[in-house]
Design a protein around this ligand. Structure first.
Ligand SMILES: [Zn+2]
Length: 74
């Protein structure tokens, strides 16, 4: 029973994330992060190619590619 419940949770989570990506239609390659403040800005929300500054501390944010889980890791 516990295994069944876990599978259902995984399916539910993957479905939700997939739907979110399809609805927006945006091709986000990742997001900018400030490790100190845990601030996050998606690249599609940033104008231009340069890293934005953290809205909290003003430091330049670090780009991190999104972890795409579409490929099978088996
Ligand atoms: Zn910051």
């Amino acid at each position: 029973m516990s295994i069944l419940g876990t599978v259902r949770d995984v399916l539910k989570a993957s479905t939700e994330s997939a739907n979110r990506g399809d609805v927006t239609g945006e091709t986000s390659k990742g997001a900018y992060w400030c490790d100190d403040c845990s601030e996050r800005i998606r690249d599609v929300d940033v104008a231009g190619e340069e890293a934005p500054n953290c809205p909290s501390c003003g430091d330049e944010m670090r780009f991190e590619r999104s972890q795409t889980s579409t490929g099978c890791a088996c």
